[in-house]
Design a protein around this ligand. Structure first.
Ligand code: C2E
Ligand code: MG
Ligand code: MG
Length: 728
């Protein structure tokens, strides 16, 4: 075998002449040498084998009759040793058998002795030629084999799936990759139609790619498709939905040996690159670009996109749409007191609850810390939007369970409608925002539909805030007193203290114009302390003047009660003035529910020293009444809205009836506020309401007017006198 690889010099072939007859041997050697070939001679079989084993010979000129063995035996020996050489038998044996035998044993040719020189040379040349061709062929075959192995290696180790289909779209080849990417064995696919691999929803799109007949530039490039996955594939693991997204390049394959003009179409060749990871990354990026990560809701960019589309559609179809701006009330307080983790939890809870109020097709987005914006793309009329707003407000009456506690939250909502309040994205959003601020200023936890009168600019708000900071030291605040009349005796039972701001340029401002802002900015704390001091001073003054004793009720906002030493501070103040039992406080249900545990303990402390507690605006807050029994409450005040509805409709009347009955059952003192008409008064009196407050008898009075009223010189008393007179 070793000899096989040694190789010979093509230009100088080596020839071994084997003959036992010295004369012949010499003459052949000379002849061959003359031709320029390298020659060696051997006179017997053994020497010949030794020579052949020692070096490479292109041709052996072999005599059949040797002294130690026959030529046939020598040929066997050569074959056994795998010696690579071409044998030409030169023999005196002229029988056809000898020739046939020689050829059968692998000789290339048979030359009969005596031979013509020319004939001998021609035979040698032919043998060399044939040998050269054989060698060339062998080399080419080896190269081919090598390159085929190389290609196979490349194809199977390609990171992409490589396949060919026949002209009917059946797999004729697919590389190993298909197994790791999709989990299919190669043999499972060969002969199957391509559709066996295509994800159902993409079958239509796949037809063109997999039947690609074009080649070159015009063939399919980077077509995106989903391919089915079998167990073992790397596709997403959701049941049924298992697929891998690939990017496909394909082109037609043609047989150019055919007679057809452009060759005969024999199938399609394609490469499918697995781009699942890239897709996932792209999806994550686009999700993050269009969503708020905390709540998973769309962000402002996505919202604007949807709003733009919805406006175009509404305009085309002559429809209405609504934009709602939602802002959590006092969210800053949650963040500041409970920390950002609780704040985040609340926002997540809120977004889940908001989602529950929406229909399919509505878009809810989070556009700021505690700001949400809502698109209702199809509303029949404004009332439809209002219904959704009411639903949202109702959804907030239940507390939000956070990790460590429950928290009540409320939301203020501004609504703008297309096309009534604006026809562009900007105006609709701006007007919804303005309406939302209006809802805040009206005491929060309500909705407002935009109207042009709300158009107070942002700079107005800022200047109001600045003015308010100076108002305390410049003594621009004033406390007004609204009397509450005892239905039974007709006497003034108490006064409600209501703050006013005598603004240098805007005139006398009601609390709704500045209390929400004061709460937001924290100004409410010094302002509230000032009101309490002023009211205590007034009570003392009335006592010193010898007027009949009345109580005074002061309204308190959530941030005031939330102060750490609120109860102690208030007790100190009351006891400092010696006003036993004359000071009352009014708080709303929502204030209590915000932080029930703490509020209860604070109110208990106050109650112990004789400060009475009144629930203001009763009935507008929370349906759960169980808290009433847990709290040291003395009075409830029916909200004006119910009083207004008395005798207007059965619903309004029955709510008031129920509240009165409940107060009686719980033995609570009952006040009705906002009483404006005789019939309202009559109705309330007939139910057994204890005290009445309202314009029917008296609106809020300045300290001076209130003093006069107490002294019996006021203008309200005669009216009450008349009304009360009827009771006795
Ligand atoms: P409130 O405690 O429910 O006060 C009753 C409101 O109803 C007062 O409005 C009063 O002027 C008004 N009112 C009285 N009788 C009638 C009537 O017959 N018909 C109608 N339509 N309204 C009547 P005001 O003074 O504008 O106060 C609004 C709210 O501002 C108060 O509601 C209270 O929550 C808050 N507030 C007032 N003063 C203070 C204060 O010193 N501190 C705090 N934190 N809040 C205050
Ligand atoms: Mg009040
Ligand atoms: Mg009230």
């Amino acid at each position: 075998m070793a000899l096989l690889h040694k190789g010979t010099d093509d230009n100088n072939p080596r020839i071994l002449v084997v003959d036992d007859e010295p004369r012949l041997l010499d003459s052949l050697r000379d002849l061959v040498a003359m031709r320029g070939y390298q020659v060696r001679t051997a006179a017997n079989g053994r020497t010949a084998i030794a020579a052949l084993e020692g070096g490479q010979f292109d041709i052996v000129l072999l005599d059949l009759a040797l002294p130690d063995m026959t030529g046939h035996q020598l040929m066997d020996a050569i074959a056994q040793r795998n010696i690579d050489t071409t044998i030409v038998v030169v023999s005196g044996d002229a029988s056809i058998n000898a020739a046939i035998n020689a050829l059968r044993k692998g000789a290339y040719d048979f030359v009969r002795k005596p031979y013509q020189l020319a004939e001998m040379l021609k035979t040698i040349e032919n043998a060399l030629n044939k040998r050269r061709l054989e060698k060339e062929n062998e080399r080419i075959n080896k190269k081919l084999h090598q390159s085929e192995r190389w290609y196979r290696y490349l194809v199977d180790n390609s990171p992409d799936i490589i396949y060919t289909l026949d002209h009917e779209g059946r797999f004729t080849f697919v590389n190993d990759r298909v197994e790791t990417v999709l989990g299919f064995k190669r043999r499972e696919l060969i002969g199957k139609p391509y559709s066996a691999l295509v994800y159902e929803e993409d079958v239509n799109a796949a037809v063109y790619v997999f039947n690609e007949r074009r080649t070159g530039e015009r063939s399919t490039r980077n077509a995106e498709l989903r391919l089915k996955c079998k167990d073992g594939g790397k596709g997403p693991r959701s049941f049924e939905n298992r697929f891998v997204t690939v990017e496909l390049n394909s082109m037609g394959i043609y047989d150019h040996s055919s007679l057809e003009r452009f060759g005969r179409f024999i199938g399609t060749y394609g490469v499918a690159k697995d781009i699942t990871d890239r897709k996932k990354a792209e999806e994550t990026i686009s999700y993050q670009a269009y969503h708020d990560l905390l709540t998973g809701l769309p962000n402002r960019a996505l919202f604007q996109d949807r709003l733009g589309l919805a406006i175009a559609q509404a305009r085309r179809n002559g429809q209405m749409l609504a934009v709602m701006f939602l802002d959590l009330d006092r969210f800053k307080v949650v963040n500041d007191t409970l920390g950002h983790v609780a704040g985040d939890e609340l926002l997540q809870g809120v977004s889940t609850r908001l989602r529950g109020c929406l229909r399919e097709g509505d878009t809810l987005a989070r556009v700021g810390g505690d700001e949400f914006i809502l698109l209702l793309p199809q509303v029949g009329c404004g009332e439809d939007a209002v219904k959704t707003a009411r639903k949202i407000l109702a959804a907030f009456t239940e507390p939000f369970p956070l990790d460590s506690r429950e928290l009540f939250a409320s939301v203020s909502i501004g609504i703008s409608l297309f096309p009534d309040h604006g026809e562009t994205m900007d105006t609709l959003t701006k007007h919804a925002d303005i309406a939302m601020y209006h809802a805040k200023s009206l005491g929060r936890n309500n909705y407002q539909i935009y109207s042009q009168t709300m158009n107070v600019s942002h700079s107005d708000r800022l200047s109001l805030e600045n003015d308010m900071r100076k108002a305390l030291e410049r003594e621009q605040f004033e406390v007004f007193y609204q009397p509450q009349f005892d239905v039974g005796s007709g006497r003034i039972g108490g006064m409600e203290a209501l703050i006013r701001w005598r603004h240098p340029t805007r005139g006398l401002l009601p609390p709704s114009d500045f209390i929400p802002l004061a709460e937001e900015t924290g100004m409410i704390i010094p302002m509230g302390e000032w009101v309490l001091r002023t009211v205590c001073g007034q009570l003392k003054a009335w006592r010193s003047a010898g007027l009949p004793p009345v109580t005074a009720a002061v309204n308190l906002s959530a941030p005031e009660i939330e102060q750490q030493h609120f109860a102690e501070k208030l007790i100190r103040m009351v006891q400092g003035c010696g006003l036993d039992n004359l000071l009352k406080i009014e708080i709303t249900e929502s204030v209590i529910m915000k932080d029930m545990e703490n509020t209860i303990s604070k109110l208990n402390k106050l109650s112990l020293v004789g400060v009475e507690i009144c629930i203001d605006d009763f009935g507008t807050g929370y349906s759960s009444l169980s808290y009433l029994r847990k709290l040291p409450i003395h009075t409830i005040k029916i909200d004006q809205s119910f009083v207004r509805d008395i005798l207007k409709d059965a619903g309004g009347t029955s709510i008031v009836t129920a509240i009165v009955a409940m107060a009686k059952g719980l033995k609570l003192h009952l006040v009705a506020e906002g009483v404006e008409t005789e019939s309202q008064y009559e109705f309330l009196r007939s139910l057994g309401c204890d005290e009445i407050q309202g314009f029917l008898f008296s609106g809020p009075l300045s300290a001076g007017d209130a003093t006069e009223l107490l002294a019996g010189k006021g203008h309200a008393a005669p009216r009450l006198g008349r009304a009360a007179a009827q009771t006795t």
